[in-house]
Design a protein around this ligand. Sequence first.
Ligand code: NAD
Length: 370
Amino acid sequence: MASNRKLLLLPGDGIGPECLGQVRRAAEWFDRRRVTSFELEEDLVGGAALDAHGVPLAEATLETAMAADAVLLGAVGGPKWDDLPFEIKPERGLLRLRKEMELFANLRPALCFDALVAASTLKPEVVSGLDIMIVRELTGGVYFGEPRGIETLPDGTRRGVNTQVYTSPEIERVARVAFELAQRRGNKVCSVEKANVMESGVLWREEVQKLHDAAYPDVALSHMYADNCAMQLVRAPKQFDVIVTDNLFGDMLSDAAAMLTGSLGMLPSASLGAADATGRRKALYEPVHGSAPDIAGGDKANPLASLLSFSMMLRYSFDEGEGADLLDRAVETVLNDGLRTADIMQDGMTEVSTSAMGDAVLAALDKLAG
Ligand code: NAD
């Protein structure tokens, strides 16, 4: 049995604690079944941390996160804290965590479960069997580049400036993540930029190609302009395996790809940092959805995005591909059995609560593991 892994759970606000409650049960299942064992710690983030400590991320929590093998976060924010100044809003806790952990690669899978094909706005044949991964650069590009700001020119006109900037190491490290992911999947990478109109795009294309030729010649690499990629994602998304792109294009393309699969309650994500000497990467796993204050506390939230984030953690932080496959299949089984939380409810299916969905996933795990 694999040795203890330090896992920090940060449930946060709103539906975060309800969803991570089901993750805790899954982690305990893996422990019990002796697949892998976890040393689970739990702490506060976001509004919950603000209420307890006056800051959205306490220093001690940050220290625990930095020492953990992986961090799993629920969600942060809610109306109670909406009027606070920007610097201490709950979201700052999450942003600080991402920054301090230097998480430069954001992994957003878009996976369409057969049972939910009808939830997509696209035709079933376009999305059925869809399984793509978007790797978005998360710490550079136009969201961070200098100079930036709004200035007033001598003639009184105002001018807003943001700068798209990438260095070769920034491009190389995120491309490396994409190539390595592709090797474990369909072995195809599509690198996306606007090299036709942006110098930073020319550099992006050249660096990705250079890395490919030097280190990953076995992976099929293609290049695509971002506007075409947006079109191709809705026209024929199954042509893609791994897409790697910058912060701005990745922000948009990952949201577009996410909606191919229907529901916010089904979408996991991972953010990875640089590998240390032992190959271990700092990593934060979280569902894409927010704290859903409209349904919080009602045992109504869909916990599957959180459970699928836990599955990503098994796969990418702990190299437990078999455990991850098992959990993914358990989720697929409960969907095939017709169980649905309210957000993905369809005619003829059975509506269940958050905890009943957790029960069903655990029962499916029991059955699949024999
Ligand atoms: P949201 O994702 O919380 O909710 C959008 C809609 O989707 C709501 O109707 C909600 O009920 C539903 N929904 C979301 N997740 C669901 C789930 N797992 N199961 C069932 N239904 C689900 O987005 P919002 O309403 O724009 O934001 C609410 C709060 O969450 C805000 O304070 C926002 O800042 C915060 N937020 C946090 C994160 C994060 O922690 N990463 C991300 C987005 C928004």
